[in-house]
Design a protein around this ligand. Structure first.
Ligand SMILES: C[S@@+](CC[C@H](N)C(=O)[O-])C[C@H]1O[C@@H](n2cnc3c(N)ncnc32)[C@H](O)[C@@H]1O
Length: 307
């Protein structure tokens, strides 16, 4: 195990009795990520997943110039690349930076060249669609963010089966040809696609903590389940309330994370302890989304079947 500073290591290894079969370990440190990352062993992580600050003046960040922000991001991303196993993945979840002189700056567009320069290969630009957020008056309200998924090398781990979703027409069969009469869809479900409708963590979300910008655990779970194997190490260098570490540990992976703010690390530790004790509530990955527009306030599936 890497021990960046054993005095600050947080690991809960008790076996919970809530059905978590073999939970992973959690390592959470209150520390600046550059120092944290430099103390971890190279080529040891199968997945690095994070959502960095967007340089928009949230309580946990100081606004800086876009150039300075990108230079800081590059310093963190290059250290992450050193830690990535060959065949491992980096997922960078971002929205927009809003600048007084440049307007809306989509962070995925300006960060993309950094990943390419560092030798990573892009596999998907996943659109995360959600329903709630600021109501804009001078432009359309933003209702999506993106996840840039890159791999370290041509050969990489990707397992679709654990994240397949129910097909739109489960009973559909081939009506001609050599397979006529057989089911045409995969019995394990279909590929969820690259547009994910997942509720964001607002006031009434079951995962909401005092952190102002959590991402939902189910968003990370889909990445953990498809891009890692049990026992792999997952890292979040901007861990906030610990959502990535929870998604990893819950699924039998080891989760590592750091944050500069003590209050967020305390929240993350509390959530991990609750997970081990079987009392942490997370929104299940397969739960349909409530949609009052459907007849009777029906539920619709979270994967995008917009056709
Ligand atoms: C967008 S939030 C991440 C929230 C997280 N995904 C969650 O679900 O709670 C970004 C986090 O980065 C942290 N942060 C900012 N600069 C940092 C740095 N240099 N090192 C470590 N963490 C940092 C902030 O305190 C904040 O919690």
């Amino acid at each position: 195990m890497p021990r960046a500073n054993s005095g600050l290591l947080f690991a809960v290894e008790s076996v919970p009795d809530d059905g978590l079969k073999s939970p992973g370990r959690a390592v959470l440190e209150c520390r600046d990520n550059v120092t944290f990352l430099e103390n971890l062993p190279e080529r040891s992580f199968q997945l690095i997943i994070t959502s960095p600050p967007y340089n928009i003046g949230k309580e946990y960040e100081k606004r800086s110039s876009l150039e300075r922000y990108l230079a800081d991001q590059e310093a963190v991303i290059s250290r992450c690349v050193r830690l990535l196993k060959p065949g491992g993945s980096i997922c960078w979840q971002v929205g927009n930076h809003i600048s007084p002189d440049r307007g809306v700056v989509p962070l995925d567009i300006v960060l993309y060249p950094i990943f390419v320069k560092l030798g990573l290969i892009m596999r998907n630009r996943i659109v995360w669609h959600f329903e709630h957020g600021l109501h804009c008056t001078h432009r359309f309200s933003g209702r999506y963010e993106t996840i840039l998924w890159f791999t370290h090398g041509e050969r990489y781990l990707f397992n679709l089966d654990p994240v397949r979703v129910p097909p739109k027409y489960p009973g559909k069969k081939y009506f001609k040809g050599p397979r006529a009469g057989q089911y045409s869809c995969n019995p394990l479900g279909k590929n969820p696609g690259d547009v994910w409708a997942i509720p964001n963590v607002k006031a009434n979300h079951v995962e909401k903590t005092e952190h102002p910008c959590q991402f939902p655990v189910e968003l990370v779970e889909r990445l953990v389940l498809s891009m890692t194997a049990p026992g792999d190490w997952v890292l979040d260098p901007y861990v906030g309330s610990g959502s990535s570490v929870i998604a990893a540990v819950k699924n039998g992976r080891d989760g590592y994370g750091c944050d500069v703010e003590r209050k967020y690390i305390d929240i993350a530790k509390r959530r991990v302890s609750d997970l081990y004790a079987g009392r942490l509530q997370t929104r299940p990955i397969e739960r349909p989304i409530y949609d009052p527009r459907l007849p009777g306030g029906g539920l619709r599936s979270g994967h995008a079947d917009y056709a």
